[in-house]
Design a protein around this ligand. Structure first.
Ligand SMILES: [Zn+2]
Ligand SMILES: [Zn+2]
Length: 345
């Protein structure tokens, strides 16, 4: 058999295997539904139970089946640039070519050595916060992590869904634990009739309370990440800007950070529909005006010291970026709030 044929079979098998964790979760959720609704069956709780259950399944579905977003066409190398890059074999002259292309793009981050971030596999300049996922074999915008439990990359396109999935699954487990508690106590005080339901009630309580603990820690961690405007990858390794590493490089203050993920309209915050701000390719950053390469750096740097850390990028802003920065009535108000928080700490 041709090596390419066996490789595609191997990839096909892998693709099937990747669904096993998702199937595992689906079976547990289906069983919990059966145990709660048909075995435990506490009529007064059933309406609230179904609302939480539906929101949870909806958010989970969206996290799994929302395709991760890839960089826009303008970040891909043109045919002539590709040829030019391949003809050069010195790293420095390749960087020269990449730097020329990057000039017109809203790219502020660099590799650890200060080079332009380039993906060899996708042949594109990586937008800020974009990373190549080895499982998906694609560059993913604002990649957070590749999650085996949803068999999908969590990134710009589905991070809000992922947060809601964590929130609703935690709420679901807490609700089941709380309403099942009285029957669980009855079990130990031998007040429960010896029926088939007994087994389900017991295991429902165990599994829901155990999942509650792990989901709560994951949810709290991601709430912290949202407040700090960091992805999981950025929390592990801080982004490198042209002027150096800055773990708070994308942070605009808690309120703006939250709205970057959940959007401006509060009515959409709890609903798993897309409402994140921006285009996923460019993000407002602070400190970019200190960049010595930038022609406008000198005058905006003085402005920056007067107004605080978070400044508008020196390159022309895209509409999506300006919206991220100007959506609140007062920039100064937010800044002072962030300052207060910093002082409080
Ligand atoms: Zn890539
Ligand atoms: Zn992935």
């Amino acid at each position: 058999m041709a090596p390419s044929g066996s490789r595609s079979i191997k990839r096909g098998c892998q693709r099937v295997l990747y669904w096993i964790p998702v199937l595992f979760i689906a079976v547990i959720v289906a069983w919990s539904y059966y145990a709660y609704v048909l075995q435990l069956c506490i009529v007064v709780y059933l309406l609230a139970y179904h609302v939480i259950f539906l929101m949870f399944v909806w958010a989970y579905w969206q996290t799994i089946f929302t395709k991760p977003m890839n960089p826009l066409k303008e970040f891909h190398l043109s045919h002539s640039d590709k040829e030019l890059l391949e003809s050069e074999n010195r790293g420095e002259s390749q960087q020269e070519i990449l730097r020329r292309i990057a000039k017109d793009l809203p790219i502020y981050t660099r590799t650890n050595s200060g080079a332009i971030r380039y993906c060899d596999r996708c042949q594109l300049l990586k937008p800020d916060r974009c990373h190549h996922c080895s499982v998906c074999d694609k560059c993913i915008l604002k990649m957070d992590h590749h999650c085996p439990w949803v068999n999908n990359c969590v990134g710009f396109s589905n991070y809000k869904y992922f947060m809601l999935f964590l929130a609703y699954s935690l709420l679901y487990c807490l609700f089941v634990t709380a309403t099942d508690l009285q029957y669980f106590i009855k079990f130990w005080t031998k007040g429960l009739p010896d029926t088939q339901a007994k087994f389900h009630i017991l295991f429902l309580f165990f599994s829901a309370s155990m999942f509650s603990v792990s989901l709560a820690s994951l949810f709290i961690y991601h709430c912290w990440l949202v407040c700090k405007n960091r992805s999981t990858l950025e929390a592990v390794r801080a982004p490198v800007f042209r002027h150096g590493t800055d773990k708070n490089g994308f942070s605009l203050g808690v309120s703006k950070n939250f709205r970057q993920v959940f959007g401006d309209e509060a009515k959409y915050w709890p609903v798993p529909v897309f409402s994140s701000l921006g285009d996923g390719c460019s993000f407002p950053t602070c400190l970019v005006n200190m960049d010595p390469e930038s022609p406008t750096s000198s005058n905006s740097a003085s402005k920056s010291s007067a107004e605080g850390r978070h400044q508008f990028p020196s390159k022309p802003l895209r509409e999506s970026q300006s919206r991220l920065l100007t959506s609140t009535p007062s920039w100064a108000e937010n800044e002072s709030a962030a300052d207060k928080e910093r002082k409080g700490n």
